[in-house]
Write a protein that binds this ligand. Structure first.
Ligand code: FE2
Ligand code: FE2
Length: 194
């Protein structure tokens, strides 16, 4: 049977892709209508990205999954170096994106384009990173890791409990997650379809 960590990773990637793919059309719609976004909801989304995908998913990959694959498959060094570097860059990028959003909120229209461009760079880089993991890293991990390796990895990923993949949000995340669901367009969330 497929290790549960692999199912979790695929599920988290799918949910995150759907969210990231909906962000740019959402920003485009605000621009078309000449309206300002719901800044609080966008801040909630960026905070979620930092707390879950960046701090949990990436950390489990970089601290547990990647070192095990590295140990079993020395030829994968270049691939894993790149994925680790993506993680480091992504963590900085989400903070830059939060700052660009703050600029848009504080200074208005003059900072709209800068935020849109930063969002596009973040989304494009993140989607490319997940594609590389799906196409190269995960198939390699399936081939080289042993059942004992997977036991530890499965247990670690079990703890992620990402609300975007259907887990009940932890109590303090409830309000944030509700804001995100209300912002995202249907059928992904409860917001207006794009
Ligand atoms: Fe990753
Ligand atoms: Fe990943």
């Amino acid at each position: 049977m497929k290790p549960s960590a692999l199912r979790t990773i695929h599920r988290e990637h799918a949910a995150l892709s759907a969210m990231l793919r909906s962000l740019l059309p959402l920003l485009e719609r605000y621009r078309r209508r000449g309206t300002l976004p719901d800044f609080g909801a966008l801040r909630a989304m960026l905070f979620y990205l930092d707390e879950y995908p960046e701090q949990r998913h990436h950390r489990q990959e970089s601290e547990l999954l990647f070192p095990k694959v590295r140990a079993r498959s020395p030829l994968a060094r270049e691939l894993i170096d790149q994925l680790d570097e993506d993680h480091r860059r992504s963590e900085r990028s989400v903070r830059d994106l939060e700052h660009a959003l703050l600029g848009f909120e504080m200074l208005g229209e003059s900072r709209r384009l800068a935020f849109e461009q930063a969002a596009k760079r973040y989304v494009d880089a993140y989607l490319a990173h997940m594609a590389l993991e799906e196409q190269q890293l995960l198939p390699l991990a399936s081939r080289v890791l042993t059942p004992e390796d997977w036991l530890e990895i499965d247990e670690a990923f079990e703890a992620n409990q990402d609300p975007l993949t259907g887990h009940a949000p932890e109590a303090e995340f409830q309000a944030i997650f509700t804001r995100i669901v209300n912002l995202l367009p249907a059928p992904l969330g409860l917001g207006e379809a794009i």
